[in-house]
Design a binder for this molecule. Structure first.
Ligand code: PGA
Length: 250
C-alpha cells in the first residue's frame, strides 16, 4: 500500500551543468525501475536545470529547504510558489539545517503546512544526536520532533507527507544504524507517535524513510523492514551507482 520512495539529497554539490549531465547519465537506468518513487533534491539555484533534465522521466524533483511565507522581505529564501513550477518535494528540517542554520521545530511545522497548502510533499527530517542516542533518549526525542512537526496538520494530509528518520551520527559518517534498530525507532518513535496523534489507519498510510549512510550494499536490509518505506540518500545519490541502490530497494 505504501510505494517505496528513494530520495537523493545532493546537499551543496554539483553545479547546474554537472547536475544536468548526471541526470542524463542515470535517467534511463532509473526510469527502467518500476514500483519505486525516485527524486533528486537539488540546491535551489539548480532546480530548474534538474527539472529540465528529468523531463519525460519518472524522476521527481525536490528542494532542500523553503520558507513558509508567500513573499516578502526574507533575503535569501525561496517561497513555496517559486518551487511548485519545478518541484514535487521539499526536504524540511534536515539536521544540517537545524545544526548550522537555526532551523527550529516550530519553523519546520510552519514550512510543512505551507508546503502541503501548495501541493508540495514535505520530507520532514527527524533524528537524534550521538549523545542523545547514548543516553537512551532517542525515542522520546524523535517522538517529540514528530509531534512538533505535525502540530495542527489534519489526518487527511498525513499520507501527503514523508518523514525521514536520520540519526545524526549516521549522516555522512559511513556509520549506519542497523536495519533492526532503525526499524524499531521508526516503528515506535515515528509510526506509533503518528498513530497516537491520529489513528492507526492514518499511521499506516505514512511513508517513512531511513537516512544515514545508505549505500547500494545496505539498502535492501532497510527495505526488508516492516516500517521502512524508503531512504533519504546523501553521498550515494551523487554517484551513477545510485541506479544500483534504487534497484536493490525493490
Ligand atoms: P548520507 O546523508 O547518505 O551521506 O549519510 C544522508 C542525509 O543527510 O540525508
Amino acid at each position: 500500500m505504501r510505494t517505496p520512495f528513494i530520495a537523493g539529497n545532493w546537499k551543496m554539490n554539483k553545479t547546474a551543468a554537472e547536475s544536468a549531465a548526471f541526470v542524463a547519465e542515470v535517467k534511463a537506468g532509473l526510469d527502467a525501475i518500476t514500483g519505486v518513487d525516485v527524486a533528486f533534491c537539488a540546491p535551489a539555484i539548480n532546480i530548474p536545470a534538474v527539472a529540465e533534465a528529468v523531463a519525460g522521466s519518472k524522476i521527481g524533483v525536490g528542494a532542500q529547504n523553503m520558507y513558509f511565507a508567500e513573499s516578502g522581505a526574507f533575503t535569501g529564501e525561496c517561497a513555496p510558489n517559486m518551487l511548485t513550477p519545478y518541484c514535487q518535494y521539499v526536504i524540511l528540517g534536515h539536521s544540517e539545517r537545524r545544526a548550522y542554520f537555526g532551523e527550529t521545530d516550530e519553523g519546520v511545522n510552519k514550512k510543512a503546512k505551507a508546503a502541503l497548502a501548495h501541493g508540495l510533499t514535505p520530507i520532514i527530517c527527524v533524528g537524534e544526536t550521538l549523545e542523545q542516542n547514548e543516553a537512551g533518549e532517542t525515542n522520546a526525542f524523535v517522538s517529540g520532533q514528530v509531534k512538533a512537526a505535525l502540530d495542527g496538520i489534519p489526518a487527511a494530509q498525513i499520507a501527503d507527507l514523508v518523514i525521514a528518520y536520520e540519526p545524526i551520527w549516521a549522516i555522512g559518517t559511513g556509520k549506519s544504524a542497523t536495519a533492526e534498530d532503525a526499524d524499531q525507532i521508526i516503528g515506535t518513535a515515528v509510526r506509533d507517535t503518528v498513530a497516537a496523534l491520529y489513528d492507526a489507519d492514518t499511521a499506516a498510510k505514512l511513508r517513512i524513510q531511513y537516512g544515514g549512510s545508505v549505500k547500494p550494499h545496505n539498502i535492501a536490509a532497510y527495505m526488508a523492514m516492516d516500517n521502512i518505506d524508503g531512504a533519504l540518500v546523501g553521498g550515494a545519490s551523487l554517484q551513477p551507482s545510485f541506479i544500483e541502490l534504487v534497484q536493490n530497494a525493490i
